[in-house]
Design a protein around this ligand. Structure first.
Ligand SMILES: OC[C@H]1O[C@](O)(CO)[C@@H](O)[C@@H]1O
Length: 402
């Protein structure tokens, strides 16, 4: 976390004071490395230290911070874009230093997680830490689970190779599929390009930035819904409800754009109600994402990886997420030119596929202590054939040693 914050701060500095294009490129690269470090460490840290009953809500604060960040950035951009001296971009980029400093201060003051202390042989300190964060000295059972998890983790010398073993297939599949699908919802097409989309449907250039502030606001507010419900209704229900909501909105938006723009992209004069309809359904779509795939895309991977492969699996999760964020941003404009309104059908198709995937393959993880998560795979109709139960494993070890 500390490295992420520092990289981010230096990157913001390069960008704000850039005199040459290479400085902007280096600045952006440093921001990218910083984001990578933070995305790798923060969700896992939160899931490790949170009491399991509130793990969902607390982990989702990470996505809440992202959405608030996007919203604040949209608001600031709106004002900086009005600066007469043409230097507004320096402020837009330089203000990234604020969250960077917040991360640095947080990382300096936050204690290490008990899991990571045990892994480094500091058992006594880990126990004290656990007592402190749980607010009770009745932590023996949890501490025992953590020590056991750490022992099996230490037995694993090559986490990357281990992750490829059949036994870890559910975690590997989730580490790839969840971030892939999260980006294939098309959410970033909305957040990156809302200004372009809104201008195209007739908003002026100021109004288009306004509109992206509106979607940013809905994104942040709707994340609270998942924070308050995820530990009650569970992960699967949110995933499936959010998927259905996004799908319906994508179909309505496609129909609205197809009916006015057709394939020649020439809508003539658009009535006000039309713009309200499109913006309205985009907001409902954004809310659907914000209380499902947005936060769950970080929560679920961070709670299903056992300690021995946690870091490796989270690296895959973050990389797949970032690669597809990048890829979609790159190809979006040419896809829009070629597919026109069909672009939304493309994403709607994936929303359908990903909802089917969750329905069939993701077990409910609500209320399951993180160190006991293997049970959910052992009880799952599809994954149980991949995952051995603890007693089968012990027998296998005895067989091997004979
Ligand atoms: O809320 C939207 C944001 O959420 C993410 O999907 C995951 O954190 C980002 O890729 C996106 O910009």
């Amino acid at each position: 976390m500390l490295s992420g914050g520092i990289l981010f701060l230096v990157g913001a500095g390069f960008n704000a004071f850039a005199q040459k294009v290479w400085m902007l490129i280096v600045g952006r690269m440093l921001l990218g490395f910083g984001i990578g470090c933070a995305n790798q460490s923060v969700p896992i840290y939160v899931s490790e230290v949170a009491p399991y009953k509130y793990r969902g809500a607390l982990n989702m604060m990470f996505q809440l911070a992202i959405t608030i960040g996007i919203f604040v950035a949209n608001v600031l951009n709106y004002f900086f874009a009005k600066m007469k001296n043409g230097e507004g971009w320096r402020y837009s980029l330089g203000f990234a230093a604020v969250p960077a400093v917040m991360i640095i201060i947080g990382a300096i003051f936050l204690p290490d997680s008990p899991s990571s202390l045990i892994e480094r042989g500091k058992d006594e300190k880990a126990k004290q830490e656990l007592i402190k964060i749980r607010g009770t000295s009745d932590v023996d059972e949890e501490f025992k689970d953590l020590v056991e998890a750490s022992q099996s983790s230490m037995a694993v010398k090559h986490p990357w190779a281990t992750l490829l073993k059949r036994h870890y297939r559910p975690q590997l599949v989730m580490a790839i599929a969840i971030p892939f699908f999260q980006q294939l919802t098309g959410m970033n097409v909305i957040t990156f390009y809302a200004p372009v989309l809104f201008r195209t449907i007739g908003f002026g250039s100021n109004a288009s930035l306004m509109s992206s502030m509106i979607t940013g606001g809905f994104n942040a507010l709707a994340t609270f819904v998942s924070i308050f419900t995820v530990d009650k209704v569970g992960r699967r229900k949110l995933f499936l409800e959010g998927g259905a909501q996004m799908f319906i909105c994508q179909i309505v938006i496609t129909a609205a754009i197809a009916s006015k723009f057709g394939v020649d992209g020439n809508p003539g004069i658009l009535p006000k109600w039309y713009a309200f309809l499109v913006v309205g359904f985009i907001c409902i779509y954004v809310m659907g994402f914000a209380w499902s795939w947005g936060p769950l895309g970080w929560l679920v991977p961070s709670e299903i990886f056992p300690l021995e492969v946690r870091s490796a699996a989270q690296s895959i999760n973050v990389s797949v997420n970032m690669i597809f964020t990048f890829a979609i941003a790159q190809v979006f404009t040419s896809m829009l030119c070629h597919m026109k309104f069909g672009l939304f059908i493309f994403f709607a198709f994936f929303v359908l596929v990903m909802s089917g995937f969750i329905h069939k393959f993701l077990p409910e993880t609500k209320g399951v202590p993180i160190e006991e998560m293997s049970v959910v795979w052992q009880n799952h109709s599809f994954w149980k054939k991949f995952v051995k139960s603890a007693s089968e494993e012990a027998n296998a070890k005895v067989d091997n040693s004979c």
